[in-house]
Design a protein around this ligand. Structure first.
Ligand code: ZN
Length: 77
């Protein structure tokens, strides 16, 4: 595994998440780090992925999150 670093300027932390912007859906998707870099995706460290802000009207989906069992009925899928 090649080491990739956070895309945020001035941040040299190891990337642990991949950010993808879906302009059609106005969604910023945060996922576990993709195995391959992609020019349309951004690698982010954990803190920067968690602290990501999206433009007004956009949604942010963090698929790294594992919901607690207590909430499992709300995410039946
Ligand atoms: Zn960072």
């Amino acid at each position: 595994m090649s080491s990739r670093t956070c895309a945020k300027p001035g941040c040299n932390s190891t990337a642990t998440a991949t950010l993808t912007y879906d302009y059609g859906e106005r969604t910023a998707l945060v996922e576990a780090l993709h195995t391959e870099a992609h020019p349309m995706r951004y690698d982010l460290c954990g803190p920067h992925a968690s602290g990501l802000r999206v433009p007004r009207g956009w949604a942010r989906h963090d698929r790294r999150v594992r919901y607690p069992a207590a909430l499992s009925h709300a995410v039946a899928s």
